[in-house]
Design a protein around this ligand. Structure first.
Ligand code: NAD
Length: 474
């Protein structure tokens, strides 16, 4: 598209700009219908789904080259420093969870490490009977339910993956993050319009709620439901009667045995368990340490910013502060260790990153997904005992686990027994998301339904095309 200052345009240039603009509108009917008016924000589920459906119909006719252009435009927009800063700050202000520097890293990761068009590979068979291919095609309109813990990261990651696959998406953000989500959806629509995409490929309902979330999930024109959230909403989605990708809760255990590099293990556990104040579903949430190294591990964790709560009365005050029965109190989810400690009347140094206590296996700080930088350390007799306890603490979520060990047999045993979607060995949990470990990033990790770390190909249908008797050139 030509971009020139209007007061410097010659009549020929004006004619060219107008012709380009008209050409772009003519080739994108959906943009004529909706763009200026809505920018992807609708008053109700029906209008959002209708707009997404119209957009997807046009989008289906565009090229893979065009989808590549879309991804580049989204990555460029998100990674502008002012946008990263704005999203991180607003997420902390609006949700009351997490911290700005880590949210900047998470948004950058979503923009840079979510796979693009290269994720859609074609399978082929050729032989005497001809040529058969299996290609990955879009579902159509996807309903995507978002968590409060990664509000913008999940929009960015899902948008790239779902659009690369040729779908349109109607998001249902968590009500606590609705304003920031509206901003991002609006901006993404403008970015997409800027490269000539149909309007409303990415939509949401202006005032999201559990009711609108259910209305979108069960809408007849929605072909697939992708849920990133806790067990309640995954369960609700599975009842929708649609193809569901369910990315649910975790309670990631980390095992440390006597063969591990304990200094490294301590550094990695503190780094993983404090990342964005422990909000990520992948963050270390309890430590199962072999007795022989438990004291050394805690000593090293303290050197890295952990504070050990030893006084039973202080521990009780933290329990009363952050727990409501066996559930974390929402107002303390994603708060910093210093805020939690001071509110519980514990005078910790200002550089404290993590609160830890040596606890029994059944303590809620071990068994419950707190999403706070508060972690229980359980002393185990040996590595077999630690692995068994880790499997117990993971509750069959099949989400994430970590282990620090140089014993190949022990690592293999844990991998076999824990059956998590992500298993990180000798690194912080976020290495399993592609940050300091190999592999791409995602913010939708589908344990319950088995798609694993979702990417564009997860949002596609496999379609076989058979040509009989030809195009085999061997
Ligand atoms: P949440 O389950 O409270 O809410 C998630 C979304 O579901 C929100 O948009 C909410 O409005 C909606 N919702 C909640 N209950 C619903 C119902 N009964 N019917 C319809 N919609 C409903 O979760 P949260 O507190 O926003 O996020 C934290 C949870 O998400 C944690 O359990 C965390 O482990 C999990 N999570 C998982 C992944 C993953 O990839 N597996 C990623 C991030 C977060």
């Amino acid at each position: 598209m030509t971009t020139l200052a209007p007061d410097k345009l010659s009549p020929e240039q004006i004619a060219r700009v107008v012709a380009e603009a008209l050409g772009s509108l003519a080739s994108n009917p959906a943009s004529v219908a909706y763009s200026e008016v809505t920018d992807g924000i609708f008053d109700d589920a029906d209008s959002a789904v209708a707009a997404a459906k119209a957009a997807q119909k046009v989008f289906m006719t565009t090229s893979m080259k065009f989808r590549r252009k879309i991804v580049t435009a989204i990555r460029d927009f998100v990674t502008k420093e002012e946008n990263l800063q704005y999203m991180a700050e607003q997420a902390v202000i609006q949700t009351g969870m997490g911290n700005v520097p880590d949210k900047i890293m998470k948004n950058r990761m979503a923009a840079e490490l979510t796979p693009g068009v290269e994720d859609l590979t074609t399978e082929a068979w050729s032989g005497d009977d001809g040529l058969t291919t299996v290609e990955l095609s879009p579902f159509g309109v996807i309903a995507a339910i978002l968590p409060t813990t990664n509000p913008t990261e999940t929009i960015i990651c899902n948008t790239i993956g779902m659009l690369v696959a040729g779908n349109a998406v109607v998001f249902s953000p968590h009500p606590r993050a609705k304003e920031l989500s509206r901003w991002l959806i609006r901006e993404l629509n403008r970015v997409l319009a800027g490269v000539g995409a149909p309007a409303n490929l990415v939509c949401m309902v202006r005032e999201p709620s559990i009711e609108t979330s259910n209305a979108i999930m069960t809408h007849p024109d929605v072909a697939m439901v992708v849920v990133t959230g806790g067990p309640g909403v995954v369960h609700a989605a599975l009842k929708s009667g649609k193809k569901v990708i369910g990315a649910g809760a975790g309670n990631p255990p980390v095992v440390v045995d006597q063969t591990a590099d304990i200094e490294q293990a301590a550094r990695d556990i503190v780094a993983g368990a404090t990342f964005d104040n422990n909000l990520p579903c992948t963050s270390e949430k309890e430590v199962l340490a072999v007795d022989a190294i438990t004291d050394l591990l805690m000593f090293e964790m303290i050197k890295n910013g952990a504070y050990q709560i030893k006084d039973p009365a202080a521990l009780k005050r933290v329990e009363d502060l952050i727990l409501d029965g066996n559930h974390p109190k929402t107002e303390w989810v994603g708060k910093s260790a210093v805020e939690i400690a001071r509110a519980a009347g514990i005078d910790v140094p200002s550089n404290t990153r993590l609160l830890m206590a040596e606890l029994d296996l059944m303590h809620p700080f071990v068994q419950v997904e707190l999403m706070m930088p508060v972690i229980g350390v359980v002393r185990c007799q040996n590595v077999d005992d630690a692995i068994d306890k880790a499997v117990f603490c993971e509750h069959g979520n099949r989400h994430t686990a970590a282990m620090h060990s140089t014993d190949v047999n022990a690592l293999t045993k844990m991998g076999r027994l824990i059956q998590t979607t992500i298993f990180v060995k000798n690194g912080p949990s976020f290495a399993g998301l592609g940050m300091g470990g190999e592999g791409y990033a995602t913010f939708t990790i589908a344990g319950p339904t088995g798609e694993g770390l979702t990417s564009a190909r997860s949002f596609t249908r496999r379609r076989r095309c058979t040509l009989v008797g030809g195009l085999n050139v061997r």
